[in-house]
Design a protein around this ligand. Structure first.
Ligand SMILES: [Zn+2]
Length: 224
């Protein structure tokens, strides 16, 4: 559905869409059904484990849980999820710290998955190497002042998921020529198109540079 409405570019990274990779960390703030489901199970188990003596229905559920050892029960499932997450993240305190900690761990797992994908992860890996400031870089996602469609194109570019010749040659294997269609000298990657093509450097990069400077000048004049 997201693809249909052009909110998510079809080739961009799926894990990045979801809320547990927060917008300020480069995610796009949606709830991933699977992660939400896991979080809710843990939430329900915590609720059941708390002693509400007056709550008749909670007690019914609790007695059902204790008399049906072979069923896929909430407390049992929650323990399984917590254990899975603990293994994935080598952190042992998920159970004690409850739902917030679990959400944080789910976020870390998704971020790790995103980072480990060679193409999609290139961008986040660069940030983690501190080549780029994470906070400043993702400010535009927190500010939310772009159209969803524009946001989706930028995210796809950052995930190296636009139809560059590098992408169609290396990832889709539908072409064999990897060289930039303008300069024919270097591999046509997103980075090459954005900042390293000698043909674009002659005119387009200068135009972009001048436009950014004009905007900066305008902002500085407004401030003073
Ligand atoms: Zn080029």
């Amino acid at each position: 559905m997201l693809t249909m409405y052009k909110i998510h570019h079809p080739n961009a990274d799926i894990d990045r869409l979801y809320m547990y990779v927060k917008r300020k960390g480069g995610g796009r703030g949606l709830v991933q059904i699977e992660a939400a489901h896991k979080a809710e199970i843990i939430n329900a188990a915590e609720y059941l484990n708390t002693n509400y003596k007056e709550a008749q229905f909670v007690n019914i559920v609790k007695s059902h849980e204790s008399t049906q050892p072979n069923m896929n029960l909430i407390i049992k499932t929650a323990a399984k999820i917590t254990e899975e997450l603990r293994k994935q993240n080598e952190k042992s305190d998920a159970k004690q710290d409850g739902i917030q900690q679990t959400k944080a761990i789910l976020g870390e797992s998704l971020k790790k998955k995103w980072k480990n994908k060679v193409m999609h992860g290139q961008y986040i890996t660069n940030i983690d190497r501190q080549l780029i400031s994470e906070e400043d870089t993702f400010l535009w996602l927190s500010n939310r002042d772009l159209k969803a469609e524009t946001e989706s194109e930028i995210v796809a570019a950052q995930d190296q998921a636009l139809q560059t010749k590098y992408y169609v040659t290396k990832l889709l294997n539908t072409e064999t020529d990897i060289k930039c269609r303008l300069c024919q000298q270097f591999d046509e990657t997103i980075d090459h198109i954005i900042s390293a093509c000698p043909i674009l450097a002659k005119e387009q990069y200068t135009k972009r540079h001048d436009r950014v400077c004009a905007q900066l000048h305008f902002n500085i004049c407004n401030e003073t």
